[in-house]
Design a protein. Structure first.
Length: 386
């Protein structure tokens, strides 16, 4: 009952907004209608004054011209008022339409298509609904609302970030991964996700910051193939087409032929060949895949309990120990590659350059190993040591 009462009031208000202006039809003031009679009387008075000799003929003529001009203007004005005034028939038709026909038409359409019996559905209630048919947009909105109230929920950010990626919201995905990493700074999967989202948000370009993160992941978990994929892309984008071609060949040789990214990698490789890239010899395996096993579970757990400063100090000590062992005993190409990349991640460019020279001296009898070291040095923009 309340609904229909409100509907009737609104209909009446709308009708009044149309009818009130129409009811105020323009009315011509009686004085305006008498203008013509006044001007005609003035013309007669001028003629009488002229006959009695009260005014000169030239003054009488000038006065007649001025009064006649005013008489003509008043006549035109009165005719325009008559034309502009709406006829009673048209006024009645408009009033009938506003009061009867439009409300009836609106009511008929509402009864046909409306559903007054359905209750309100505020957004909060829709998001709170726990039906199994909740669509993706509702789930995203619900998660976003939760994260607005709980911005430190790293797990929540980690959950929504891949969803943003699947829905092509790459900038949102990048920010979500960054929020998750603020809570889980050592999570390599989140690092990979952040790097991938950043590349997509940057229209496929691998920035220097992203490249550093990818190399850090590569050093920490060499069996992860995604960093190699994007590092190969980075080399091609920097114009290192021969090194990039070698990297793609090595990646494709190692990869499962059924992997979903293989076709894209082949397309990248073919594009480099079309640009004139060449590589000598057969494609080798990715050096890092041959590295020795990483730290034990106990060592990883102990590292996780350290502060960031202590953890960095531990990493520096490990790099120094690796450097000393390789300097005294030598090592495989993968171990030298690990040392070179570790120096770069620690910001020790000069030490990385020296490590390249020492690696080439140590591996001078292995042509394949030398080629891999050269490729790594080129990808890191390391020039030979003086």
């Amino acid at each position: 009952m309340t609904f229909w009462l409100v509907l009737a009031i609104l209909t009446a208000a709308v009708a009044l907004t149309v009818l009130v202006p129409l009811a105020r039809s323009p009315k011509v003031h009686p004085d305006e209608r008498n203008d013509e009679a006044v001007f005609r009387a003035q013309l007669e008075e001028i003629q009488k004054d002229l006959e009695r000799g009260v005014i000169a003929p030239d003054m009488a003529e000038a006065a007649k011209i001025e009064v006649s001009r005013r008489l003509l203007a008043a006549h035109k004005q009165n005719e325009g008022d008559d034309r502009e005034a709406p006829s009673k028939m048209r006024l009645r038709a408009v009033q009938l339409t506003a009061v009867v026909l439009l409300p009836l038409a609106a009511l008929g359409m509402y009864l046909q298509y409306g559903s007054p019996e359905i209750p309100d559905q505020p957004r909060a209630e829709r998001l709170a609904a726990t039906t199994g048919e909740a669509d993706l947009e509702v789930l995203i909105a619900r998660t976003e609302d939760h994260l607005k109230e709980n911005p430190t929920d790293g797990q929540g950010w980690a959950v929504i970030a891949p969803v943003y990626m699947r829905t092509s919201q790459f900038d949102k995905a990048r920010r979500a991964y960054a929020q998750a990493l603020s809570q889980f700074p050592e999570n390599l999967d989140l690092m990979v996700g952040w790097a991938e989202a950043s590349i997509f948000a940057n229209e496929g370009q691998v920035s220097e910051e992203v490249e550093k993160v990818l190399r850090r992941i590569n050093l920490a978990k060499p069996e992860m193939l995604q960093p190699y994929y994007y590092l190969a892309m980075a080399m091609g984008q920097k114009g290192q087409i021969n090194e990039a071609l070698a990297a793609w060949n090595a990646l494709l040789k190692t990869a499962d032929s059924n992997a979903p990214w293989v076709d894209a990698a082949k397309a990248q490789r073919d594009e480099l060949i079309a640009r004139g890239a060449v590589v000598s010899g057969e494609a080798g395996t990715i050096p890092a895949l041959e590295q020795p096993a990483g730290p034990s579970a106990e060592e990883v757990e102990a590292a996780a309990q350290m502060s960031a400063e202590d953890r960095n100090e531990m990493i520096s000590q490990m790099v120094i120990q690796l450097d000393e062992r390789l300097n005294e005993e030598g090592g495989s190409v993968s171990e030298w590659g690990r040392l070179i990349q570790a120096r770069i991640i620690l910001g020790e460019q000069a030490e990385a350059t020296k490590a390249v020279a020492r690696a080439k001296e140590n591996l001078k009898d292995d042509a394949t190993a030398l080629e891999q070291i050269d490729q790594l040095a080129a990808s890191l923009n390391l020039s030979p040591a003086e």
